[in-house]
Design a protein around this ligand. Structure first.
Ligand SMILES: [Zn+2]
Length: 220
């Protein structure tokens, strides 16, 4: 009898650990709502392109999620404020955009904590998610992000806008692959993003034409 109870408890252990881990993550939405897609912008903020993107989102009355690099947020706090004031979600994309899998434990802690502190000092709200750069993560990286009280987020559907292949190519590629609950990865910083800005209205119109709406991730 005793042995049976022990065996049963051992079987339950992984589920208990899973539940405990899940419980420690903040209660945020990781997937877009059914019937919607999530527009996400990485690598900003940038005073030129982020503002152009904000103007387009405002015109269509759409909220998006911005995964910001801490160093860029520090350089352009006024842009961070504008994104927040216009009702978009601000999340983290590390401090200096390294491969989180290839840095020392102390560097990793810094890459996770600093952007969060910087964003908090600007808007008074801590980001709830961290999207790891280059889609590079492992168990250790994700555990460290969770230990800091944040949710690790993967890349999302790659628009390849950062390769700057031409506006029409970006539009066609995204619209060809669109479906409900898709997270779309676009970029508003680091490099020239004029093609992303030019493609955005047609991407939005195309998504609407397919009968899909928009929602944010990393929001409550
Ligand atoms: Zn990035």
């Amino acid at each position: 009898m005793f042995k049976r109870i022990i065996t049963a408890l051992l079987y339950m252990l992984p589920f208990c650990i899973y539940a405990a881990n899940n419980h420690s993550e903040p209660n945020v939405r990781k997937d877009p709502l059914p019937g919607t897609v999530a527009l996400t912008f990485d690598d900003g903020p940038n005073p030129v392109y982020t503002r152009q993107i904000l103007a387009i989102l405002k015109k269509y009355n759409i909220k998006a999620t911005f995964f910001e690099v801490g160093a860029n947020a520090k350089l352009h706090p006024e842009v961070v404020k504008e994104i927040h004031e216009q009702g978009h979600v601000i999340a983290s994309h590390s401090m200096t955009h390294p491969m989180l899998t290839r840095i020392s434990p102390s560097q990793l802690k810094n890459e996770i904590a600093r952007p969060s502190e910087i964003i908090y000092s600007i808007i008074g709200v801590k980001p709830k998610c961290l999207r790891y750069p280059f889609g590079a993560s492992n168990e250790h990286v994700r555990a460290e992000i969770r230990a800091y009280g944040m949710v690790p987020v993967a890349m999302g559907f790659n628009s390849f806008d950062y390769e700057r292949p031409g506006t029409q190519k970006i539009i066609d590629w995204v619209l060809k692959n669109i479906y409900s609950k898709q997270v779309i990865l676009l970029h508003d910083g680091y490099d020239k993003r004029e093609q992303t800005v030019a493609a955005l209205p047609a991407i939005i119109e195309g998504i609407k034409k397919k009968g899909l709406g928009f929602s944010t991730i990393c929001s409550l």
